[in-house]
Design a binder for this molecule. Sequence first.
Ligand SMILES: NC(=O)c1ccc[n+]([C@@H]2O[C@H](COP(=O)([O-])OP(=O)(O)OC[C@H]3O[C@@H](n4cnc5c(N)ncnc54)[C@H](OP(=O)(O)O)[C@@H]3O)[C@@H](O)[C@H]2O)c1
Length: 261
Amino acid sequence: MFDNSISLAGEVALVTGASSGLGAHFAKVLAGAGANVVVASRRIDNLHSLVQEIESNGGSATALKLDVTQHDSEKEDSISQVIENTENIYGPITVLVNNAGVSDSARFVNTTEESWDFVLDTNLKGAWRVAKAVANRLLALKLKGSIINISSILGMRVAIGESAYAVSKAGLAQLTKAAALELGHKGIRVNALCPGYFKTELNADFFDSEKGRAFISNTPAKRLGRYEELSWPMLLLASDAGSFINGACIPVDGGHLVSSL
Ligand SMILES: NC(=O)c1ccc[n+]([C@@H]2O[C@H](COP(=O)([O-])OP(=O)(O)OC[C@H]3O[C@@H](n4cnc5c(N)ncnc54)[C@H](OP(=O)(O)O)[C@@H]3O)[C@@H](O)[C@H]2O)c1
């Protein structure tokens, strides 16, 4: 008989950028499937509320402060502290959702050095830092794991005013494949979800505007995504249901990428 249940019982999941939007949703989904979840980002108050919500629904979660851009080994290193604290609380991280991300829209010719560095350092280098650190722990402990990078359909196509963001997400898609190639045979799968548009703090101003509504009405689905439409794709990649999926970048976009030329 085909077993259609998905359980993450015994898994330890780290979700970066869990203080709002998609990251908070992913944390709830993983906890709902039985994983012990560490929710991490800079806004610790938001994380505490999320932990309360998860616990009141019977799940297990812990909030830890994390800045994915903080990497100077001379100073306090946010990433290695989160990994160490997680191991002390739950054990080694076996599922990583590299979700922390920012955008800073500007036309290509107006993009500043600061803006470029801010977006690339968070979305690409930050994800690389966390994935590398988690993968090294899994290798050292000879454990299997699943790394899920949250890229974007803007990693596959471009849009006006989003050059830095699109480059960061395309880089993350390539990082996903490169890491998958090297880690797959060690039992560590590395995949990416590439969401289309979902209303979050990142883009709410735009989608609440006339221009935003017009933009969405021109997409194949003619609507924004609903958070729950990312739940099963996340669980597929996080669990053994996706045991032979490695190096994949999966769009969840209502067909936005196949919009007509
Ligand atoms: N919404 C969409 O339509 C969409 C589409 C495609 C891809 N995505 C991607 O999905 C991910 C989540 O975005 P969202 O839409 O849910 O936006 P959001 O609500 O603004 O969430 C972004 C999260 O990233 C965290 N973050 C930002 N900088 C960080 C840093 N230096 N260190 C640690 N955490 C940091 C923020 O937490 P703190 O401020 O507390 O640190 C926040 O929790 C992003 O990678 C985004 O690019 C979103």
